[in-house]
Write a protein that binds this ligand. Structure first.
Ligand SMILES: NC(=O)c1ccc[n+]([C@@H]2O[C@H](COP(=O)([O-])OP(=O)(O)OC[C@H]3O[C@@H](n4cnc5c(N)ncnc54)[C@H](O)[C@@H]3O)[C@@H](O)[C@H]2O)c1
Length: 417
């Protein structure tokens, strides 16, 4: 079978390290035949690695949509606020679509995409990759097999990790809801989606609390300058000192996000001039650093979710409470433990976690996209229609948070006027 021909929109972190990397590793499945990326270094890297013809290597994705081109699918890996227009252009030109999450950043745009994709007859999936993780697929199977009896409650913890928090949500791309999206959407639409997946039912109502508690101007230690590189007197004590995060031995994520010049001089220059050298207490951030959601599903399942930037490491923790047993799991450690009430037996299941990219989920997700395109299967695990439900939950949670925990009916958010 011929590989599917893909246009890559955005050759940043995800575009390069997930989608182009997949094509490189599986040339018989997927070929990058076009790339849109304004950064010359990043674009040229894709051109050389994938032998993209010059006419198909452009700075701005719009230039690939002037006429219908000779590719099968588009991968939309630009920043969040750019997804909407690219999706609408791809629907118009009838390409299969793989779009990064979040689909869009506003409720109004979610409804626009819901309308525009209603009669779309091509594949259109969202990168809610956790549905492909060996951890969550195993948990889902255990629920379906009745291992826990009837599922009553879900506790899901998204431990963002304090360094990831500072990199992405205080200094970085997703630090301000006016230029990206609220944290519960930008980061946790994955988790809203996983709650829907595990509950196996629509979310009916929810409430949420949370705020930007710590990374604020008024919490800056006395005398902290605007940039870490301006002789900050708190360098030793501060876990967020930019030099400690970006000038060490690691040159992979998150360091490769701040510059394409990964020499020490290149990185230092990026800290002195770019957003990642700013003091975490002197940024233009407004997204929350801690938020909880309480959700109820149509089949009676109740879920509690906590997203926090105040954790040592980045991982997801899970506890499922069933009538016959409880399940405790950690996605990154790949360990699932089930405690059975009547026998008092304990079963431990170890899941392979050595693979990169959300514990292997990224690769499995792209592989399934290729299969779906080849079969024109529009009913995939992370179809746009199913993914939009997680967005309605996120918008409801954000509205609730802003109204101090008011109970919201999720269906009100998905309604078309
Ligand atoms: N699925 C996941 O788990 C996951 C994880 C991280 C990020 N994301 C999402 O993936 C998307 C990309 O994130 P990223 O970390 O790769 O960001 P990034 O900033 O590294 O990449 C975006 C790229 O788009 C390019 N771009 C800007 N304007 C463009 C234009 N007009 N035409 C074409 N390209 C243009 C930028 O130069 C940049 O290289 C975001 O929506 C993000 O939220 C998803």
């Amino acid at each position: 079978m011929e590989p599917i021909r893909v246009a890559l929109l955005g050759a940043g972190s995800r575009g390069t390290h997930v989608y182009a990397a997949y094509a490189k590793a599986h040339p018989q499945e997927m070929r990058i035949v076009a790339v849109a990326e304004p950064d010359d270094v990043k674009r040229q890297h894709i051109v050389e690695e994938h032998a993209v013809k010059t006419a198909y290597a452009v700075k701005d994705w719009h230039d690939l949509f002037v006429v219908k081109q000779d590719f099968d699918a588009v991968v939309i890996a630009t920043q969040d606020t750019m997804h909407r227009d690219a999706i609408l252009a791809a629907i118009e030109k009838q390409y299969h679509i793989l779009c990064e999450k979040p689909i869009v950043t506003t409720l109004e745009d979610s409804k626009t995409i819901a309308r525009a994709s209603q009669n779309f007859s091509k594949v259109f999936v969202i990168s809610h990759v956790l549905r492909y993780s060996p951890f969550f697929t195993r948990v889902k199977k255990l629920i379906a097999q009745g291992e826990l009896g009837r599922l009553i409650g879900i506790e899901l913890d998204e431990c963002v990790g304090h360094i990831h928090m500072s990199h992405s949500f205080v200094r970085g791309h997703w630090n301000n809801s006016n230029t990206s999206a609220p944290m519960i959407l930008a980061k946790s639409c994955h988790d809203m989606d996983i709650l829907l997946y595990l509950a196996g039912s629509d979310c009916t109502s929810l409430s949420s609390y949370g705020d930007l508690y710590h990374f604020r101007q008024e919490n800056a230690p006395e005398g902290a300058p605007l940039r870490c590189t301006d002789n900050c007197p708190h360098y030793e004590a501060c876990p967020y000192a930019a030099q400690k995060i970006y000038l060490g031995k690691n040159t992979a994520w998150p360091v490769d996000v701040i510059t394409t010049d990964l020499s020490v001089e290149g990185r230092l220059k990026a800290l002195q001039q770019g957003p990642w050298g700013r003091c975490v207490y002197h940024c233009d951030n407004n997204v929350v650093d801690h938020q909880t959601v309480n959700a109820q599903f149509a089949n009676g399942v109740i879920a509690t979710f906590t997203m926090s930037g105040f954790t040592m490491t980045t991982h997801r923790g899970l506890r499922l409470m069933g009538t016959q047993a409880e399940l405790i799991g950690d996605m990154e450690k790949g360990i699932i433990t089930i405690n059975y009430f009547s026998s008092r037996d304990k079963k431990t299941i170890e899941i392979e976690t050595t693979r990169e990219g959300h514990s292997g989920s990224d690769e499995l997700f792209v592989a399934d996209f290729v299969r779906q395109v080849r079969a024109n299967n529009t009913n995939g695990e992370t179809s746009v229609a199913s993914s939009l439900q997680s967005h309605y939950m996120a918008f409801a949670a954000e509205a609730s948070r802003l109204e101090n925990g008011k109970r919201m009916q999720v269906a009100d958010f998905g309604k078309q006027e």
